[in-house]
Design a protein around this ligand. Structure first.
Ligand SMILES: [Zn+2]
Ligand SMILES: [Zn+2]
Length: 643
């Protein structure tokens, strides 16, 4: 029999008979792989495990470990979903069913939306289909055969999809026991390979996402390799719902958004305002310590300025329309950078003046489509914790290290322990689309890499992710649920100094071009606080809690003492108040727990007599009686340590 050479990912080569299937290769390698392989990547293309290999090839067996494996697994579950729906609702018309992040969906054209009970019975049917362990059989047909088949089956959407495929292209069908779908594949070998599934929700969705088309019914679901992993994921979903900053923001009275004012515009209520003020004060103080100056700039500027900066050319779709003032057009600022450059240019700068580190909590406005707006996370007006550093090329690496250190300090201060660092560089095959010479790009990348290396920070490289004006370090922080949030960014920029022709006088007495670093360490106040609410599930650490201690008198006769305690705490700088309502203490505690007040101080006869408070913590529960002074010290320590 004719032999072919199969190269494995580790570079080793093995000889197999021509026509060998990836599943057989897996079995020849290890029992574990035979069990775990879901699909194969043959010369970079994903194919079914049953697809014979005819020529020498590079073969990689893909498991659930990889996102590609997960996508194939979940897409196969979408086929099972479609089959289950057709069994229970034979009139339903099939459309498409892709895998998505963490799951899959399938869109059906049905007369009535699916009810939660429908989803339950569909899920039961899916489990039956998995039990039946039906192989997914691939066949190839001509376009005409595909069209005829789906016409006969009464599946107009499939006919439409088949008609769009180019003439002469191989069209594949996948069958599982009578159920046929038009699909390029690949899939798992059989339905029994799916271990754990769950349908999550149903929602309306337009055919092809176009509101002029018919409204379909989309069923979302997910699938995992084990019930345990599925349960963990469902728990995480629940937890994410519980932490949703839009819900908590309302419950805790932190912020609101008003249709009357416009979407994507944030109103900070007193409690949210306080949290923000605390973060801003901390931010300012830390910047001062690290040699930054704080500046303020206007909210509007002439259109011409934005032409000089390039924003009008590159960024116009995110900017609001010009407004005429004294017959000159002005724009609302989407960024603070040009303003800081104007300030830099207002004087002659010497090499001795550099670096200049200018920070601004600058409020900017950017157009975002209404469909992508999301609570505090995607908004139309927000305050960036911005800064621009103007430095000499020989200072660049040191400055970047300083920013990274500040960013790490900030993340730690807000309880973010884990993060991923990415270095965004040019697309090596398309260097022409970037501003600046090869030399300056190499210098900037060198400085960024040098800084990361000097600080021993592991990073990955993202090719093609650099801005047109320079490379960047992007940090993604992980929250308490392990979800990634856009965090600090540090960008080198050679373009704006060029465009605005700014310079400093060098040691040699002639003008030199400074490098500009754009950076944020929090992002924006809106997004950052939105993230914090979810990270802490609304229970801010003591230093950020709007109310730090609530004193709760048991009866009227303890009011006076309670007020005195609160007064004493306030004098020590602790945000405290008294719940004087004529309610049972248990009720007061429940309410304070709901409001996530860190400390509840109950006072009754015993406490009045002894000059103590009965301390209760929102998580730790009853901490017993303490002298007021003792509690004060405990709280002060906690605030100082930001825990
Ligand atoms: Zn498919
Ligand atoms: Zn900037």
């Amino acid at each position: 029999m004719e032999q072919i050479w199969i190269t494995l990912p580790d570079g080793s080569k093995r000889e197999y008979p021509k026509g060998i299937r990836p599943s057989e290769i897996a079995a020849s390698l290890s029992r574990k792989l035979a069990k775990e392989a879901l699909v194969a990547k043959v010369d970079g293309r994903l194919v079914d495990l049953s697809r014979p290999i005819q020529d020498d090839a590079l073969v990689d067996l893909v498991t659930f470990e990889s996102s590609e494996g997960q996508a194939v697994y979940r897409h196969t579950a979408a086929h099972v979903l479609a089959q289950a729906v057709k069994r229970l609702f034979p009139q339903a018309k099939l459309t498409i069913g892709p895998a998505i992040e963490d799951g899959f969906y399938y869109d059906f054209d049905v007369e009535k939306p699916f009810t939660p009970e429908d989803l339950d019975s569909i899920e039961v049917e899916m489990k039956k289909i998995i039990q039946e362990d039906l192989p997914l059989e691939r066949s190839e047909v001509s376009r005409k055969e595909a069209i005829d088949l789906f016409k006969k089956a009464g599946e107009p959407y499939k006919v439409e999809l088949a008609e769009e495929l180019p003439e002469g292209e191989t069209i594949s069908l996948y069958r599982q026991n009578g159920f046929v779908d038009l699909c390029a594949g690949p899939h798992l070998a059989s339905t029994g390979r799916i271990k754990a599934i769950k349908l999550l929700s149903a929602a309306g969705a337009y055919w092809r996402g176009d509101e002029h088309n018919r409204m379909l019914q989309r069923i979302y679901g997910t699938a995992f390799e084990s019930q345990k992993d599925l349960d963990e994921y469902l728990h995480k979903l629940e937890e994410a719902k519980r932490r949703d900053h839009r819900r908590l923001g309302k419950e805790l009275d932190i912020f609101s958004i008003h249709e009357d004012a416009g979407p994507g515009l944030i109103f900070w209520h007193p409690k949210g305002g306080l949290v923000r003020e605390l973060i801003e004060n901390f931010w300012r103080e830390e910047h001062r310590k690290r040699g930054y100056d704080i500046v303020y700039s206007p909210h509007i500027a002439k259109l011409d300025l934005w032409k000089t900066s390039g924003h009008w050319g590159w960024y116009r779709e995110n900017m609001y329309s010009p407004m005429p003032i004294d017959e000159v057009e002005y724009l609302l600022k989407p960024m603070n950078c040009p303003f800081h450059i104007l300030m830099f240019r207002s004087q002659t700068r010497s090499y001795r003046d550099l670096p200049l580190r200018w920070a601004e909590l600058g409020t900017v406005y950017r157009y975002e489509r209404s469909g992508v707006l999301h609570g505090l996370l995607r908004v139309r007006g927000f305050t960036q914790d911005d800064a621009h550093i103007f430095c000499r090329p020989d200072q660049l690496q040191q400055e970047i290290m300083g920013v990274i250190d500040l960013a790490r300090f900030m993340m730690k201060s807000f309880g973010y322990k884990d993060y991923d660092v990415k270095l965004s560089v040019r697309d090596p095959n398309n260097k022409g689309k970037y501003a600046g010479s090869e030399e300056v790009w190499q210098a900037a990348e060198g400085a960024l890499i040098g800084a990361l290396t000097a600080l021993a920070i592991p990073y990955s490289i993202d090719e093609g992710e650099a801005k047109f004006y320079g490379p960047a370090i992007d940090i993604k922080v992980k929250d308490a649920l392990g979800r990634g949030w856009q965090g600090p960014t540090i960008q080198c920029d050679f373009n704006l100094p060029e465009r605005f022709d700014i310079s400093y006088v060098g040691e040699d007495g002639s003008p030199h071009r400074p490098v500009m670093i754009h950076r944020t360490v929090l992002g924006s106040m809106e997004r950052f606080v939105g993230g914090l609410i979810e990270h802490y599930a609304g229970a801010f650490p003591l230093w950020l809690s709007p109310v730090q201690a609530r004193v709760m008198p048991i009866t009227d006769r303890h009011h006076e003492y309670a007020l005195r305690v609160a007064e004493e705490l306030r004098a020590a700088g602790l945000r405290s108040e008294v719940d004087t309502r004529n309610e049972k203490v248990n009720y007061k505690i429940r309410q304070a727990q709901m409001e996530k007040v860190p400390y509840m101080l109950v006072v009754g006869d015993k406490e009045v007599e002894a000059g103590t408070v009965a301390v209760r913590h929102r998580e730790a529960g009853d901490l017993g009686p303490m002298k007021v002074e003792e509690f004060k010290q405990r709280a002060e320590k906690e605030i100082k340590e930001k825990v």
